[in-house]
Write a protein that binds this ligand. Structure first.
Ligand SMILES: Cc1ncc(C[n+]2csc(CCOP(=O)(O)OP(=O)(O)O)c2C)c(N)n1
Length: 574
């Protein structure tokens, strides 16, 4: 017999039953009964109070990415929910399981545009281009466990994603004796035997195959089996945009990341392939270079698309073969395919793909601060299971190009980065990772624009002891005094006409970090970086390293000056 308690308490118990021990949020008077439930069960679950709902929702999204289990975010009505939208959108585009709980006005006030009232079904409306897989308002206290269990199933099954549960204030204060439901175990799709046979036949006919892997829902076991499949078939393996940690970047079959800033040789290889195996990835705009490397709807290459979501298959691409398969068992399904006896005809092609990747790791030296050397130094000194986080901006191009992510079978996800391209993601994601895995080191690389969108979460890190329990928490801010990515686009499209992309009044980031109780250092040369990073790894507590970068250095491949000159020349010639 379950004793009667407030629905707000029952909600917290239902979260605990789903295996949740940490939730992120900003409190609101709309869900006091839930906060009281957190107090009641504080020995089993903690509420991490953040400084902005954008930070809280990013933290919950990062929790979902890391754990493969929905991260939970709690926010208040209209203003709180509006602030939280960015994390929800990121979870949607990145296929991350997540649960957003939103306080709502009492039922007897509904539809009057009461204080902070919003209709969340309309705001976050589900559908392929919505922000959530499911949005529901829980009307009856007795049904709280039912809604929570369904929310977890919906967030995890098929293509994972975010779910929103809306909680009217009066419902939360209603007593209920409803028992919580057991932990949701997501159903797993496995491809039909005939589809696997067809895949084997397509592979056997191929001469230049290339796999692009990624997506959310992998397990270590499945990732290990994926590697066995790759080895058995000697397949060159690319990783989709910001799913770079799916396949071991140190493996001789690794071909590089298929995203923004792709190695031009890999881009050519994607175009020249006669068979693309898209495994787990959505084949979004960034992975396909604006749907150009793979033409829509019918690519020039033969295409096999394996994805967890039935709705995703055939949505954008008319593939030659579609396989619906949960990524938790995709590796095992693929590993059942026996390669033909003898040497596979594409071994040279696979070796060349990896050689291209290795050659792309070599960079011309840049002075006084060489970002390639910074990223390589981080990886040389940081522990192998370090989690790397970033938001959006050109600074991330160095991280993506020079970091060798370990592969999911080794340390789970080690790359927390928004495929949604959301600025501000990296700091909260790092804080969340550090709080969830206190023994692991977490390194965030942020742009100056990117950092200041959510930098206030440095306070959340400090309040909860992030980076003080074995693992280190380090944020590296790349300060070039511009919204550099936008400046890059401007120089290409409107050369010399700088508008809205300058950041002339940046703070002293090191002083700012110190004000939050972080250690801090300022670095302007390559040589000064290593001692600063070593000190951060040895420090007791989190550290911010403020890098001063020449704004002209736009990406690992070009400068603003070169972009402007090329654009002006093209204009003069046209
Ligand atoms: C939330 C959000 N707002 C705006 C953008 C558009 N945007 C993409 S990159 C960028 C500039 C990033 O600047 P910064 O963090 O300084 O990095 P940089 O490109 O200079 O390396 C902007 C404004 C975005 N992606 N996300």
């Amino acid at each position: 017999m379950t004793t009667t308690r407030l629905a707000g308490h029952a909600l917290v118990e239902a979260l605990i039953a789903q295996g949740i021990d940490t939730a992120f949020g900003v409190p609101g008077e709309s869900y006091l009964a839930v906060l009281d439930g957190f107090h009641e069960h504080r020995d089993r679950i903690r509420f991490i109070a953040c400084r902005h709902e954008g930070g809280a929702s990013f933290m919950a999204e990062a929790q979902g990415k890391l754990a493969g289990w929905p991260g939970v975010c709690l926010v208040t009505r209209g203003p709180g929910a509006s602030n939280a939208a960015i994390g929800l959108h990121t979870a949607f585009q990145d296929s991350t399981p997540m649960l957003l709980l939103v306080g709502q006005v009492a039922g007897d006030q509904r539809d009057r545009e009461a204080f902070q009232e919003l209709d969340y079904r309309q705001v976050f409306g589900p559908g392929t281009l919505g922000m959530a897989k499911w949005v529901a308002e829980v009307q009856h206290a007795d049904r709280v466990p039912e809604y929570v269990a369904r929310a977890f199933h919906t967030a995890m099954q098929g293509r994972p994603g975010p779910v929103v549960l809306v909680l009217p204030e009066d419902m939360l204060t209603t007593p209920t004796a409803a028992a919580v439901l057991p932990r949701a175990l997501p159903a797993q799709a496995w491809p039909a035997p005939g589809a696997l046979r067809d895949l084997r036949a397509l592979l056997a006919q191929a001469r230049r195959p290339l796999a692009i892997v990624g997506g959310s829902g992998w397990t270590a076991e499945s990732a290990r089996a994926l590697q066995r499949f790759a080895e058995a078939w000697q397949l060159p393996m690319g990783c989709g945009f910001r799913f770079q940690d799916t396949f071991d970047n140190r493996h001789p079959l690794y071909a590089g990341d298929v995203g923004i800033g792709i190695n031009p040789k890999l881009a050519a290889r994607v175009r020249d392939a006669d068979l693309i195996l898209a495994i787990g990835v959505r084949l979004g705009e960034m992975t396909t270079a604006g749907y150009s490397h793979l033409a829509v709807p019918r690519p020039a290459q033969r295409l096999v698309h394996l994805h967890a979501g039935a709705e995703e298959l055939g949505r954008v691409y008319a593939a030659d073969l579609l396989l619906q398969c949960a990524l938790s068992c995709a590796g095992q399904a693929l590993a059942t395919l026996e390669p033909p006896p003898g040497t596979l005809p594409w071994q040279d092609w696979a070796a060349a793909a990896h050689a291209d990747y290795e050659a792309n790791q070599i960079a011309p030296a840049v002075a006084p601060l060489d970002m390639a050397e910074v990223v390589k130094c981080v990886q040389r000194l940081a522990p192998p299971d370090t989690v790397y986080t970033n938001g959006a901006g050109n600074f991330s191009a160095w991280l993506h190009r020079y970091t060798r992510y370990a592969g999911l079978q080794h340390h789970g996800r080690t790359q927390l980065a928004p495929t949604s391209g959301a600025m501000g993601y990296g700091v909260p994601a790092a804080v969340a990772a550090s709080l969830l895995y206190p023994e692991r080191t977490v390194v965030n690389v942020a742009g100056d624009g990117d950092f200041l969108m959510t930098g206030q979460e440095l306070a959340t890190a400090r309040a909860h002891g992030a980076g003080t329990r074995g693992g280190r928490l380090i944020s590296i801010v790349v300060d070039n005094g511009t919204y550099g990515t936008i400046r890059m686009h401007q120089e290409r499209e409107y050369p010399g006409r700088v508008s809205g992309s300058e950041l002339p009044a940046n703070p002293d980031f090191a002083a700012l970090a110190r004000a939050y109780g972080w250690h801090a250092a300022r670095v302007a040369t390559t040589d000064a970086f290593e001692p600063a990073f070593a000190a951060a790894l040895a420090a007791d507590g989190p550290t911010l390293i403020h890098l001063k970068l020449d704004p002209d250095i736009s990406t690992p491949r070009t400068t603003l000056g070169a972009l402007r000159a090329a654009a002006l020349k093209a204009r003069a010639g046209s």
